[in-house]
Ligand binder design. Structure first.
Ligand SMILES: Nc1ncnc2c1ncn2[C@@H]1O[C@H](COP(=O)(O)OP(=O)(O)OP(=O)(O)O)[C@@H](O)[C@H]1O
Ligand SMILES: [Mg+2]
Length: 135
């Protein structure tokens, strides 16, 4: 699995660039996933027909201590050309650290082998702070 991270300051074009890379690479035949890691959760919107999708942290907040594979699968979407789309999301505003929320969301992706089970070959990760898909 190849992994690419797009990171940098606000508004620099991370979401736009990663969306276009994901689309182009999927058209070359890779099985692509894009994981947005900004609390603003709009990174995959253009792969999802312009919609903001519910996030992994929304699910974690909703289901508290019972975060199962099924709960996480509810916020794993199929977007343009079959690209797997997910948004990490963030904590409720005023309640917790955005970076920690992103890390927690990525840990669930790893724990439930979300990417491996779907035979993903190429992952675009988009974040205002550099983070890794695996610790
Ligand atoms: N190469 C480009 N040329 C011109 N405009 C661009 C380019 N890339 C992105 N933009 C525009 O810049 C704005 C910000 O882009 P984008 O949302 O991709 O940035 P971002 O780094 O993801 O921002 P954020 O940190 O808020 O998530 C958008 O209006 C987008 O259309
Ligand atoms: Mg963005």
């Amino acid at each position: 699995m190849k992994k690419v991270a797009f990171y940098g300051k606000a508004g620099i074009g991370k979401s736009t660039t990663s969306t276009n890379v994901s689309a182009a690479v999927s058209l070359l035949g890779e099985k692509v996933a894009q994981v947005g890691c900004d609390p603003k959760h709009d990174s995959v919107a253009n792969l999802m027909g312009g919609k903001l999708v519910p996030t992994i942290m929304d699910q974690v907040n909703k289901h508290h201590n019972r975060v199962t594979e099924e709960v996480i699968n509810e916020v794993i979407y199929q977007g343009y050309n079959g690209i797997l789309c997910a948004e990490a999301g963030g904590p409720r505003p005023g309640n917790g650290c955005a970076g920690k929320g992103v890390l927690l969301a990525l840990q669930y992706i790893h724990k439930f082998q979300v990417l491996e089970k779907r035979n993903i070959t190429f992952v675009c990760n988009c974040s205002a702070t550099l983070c890794q898909l695996e610790k």
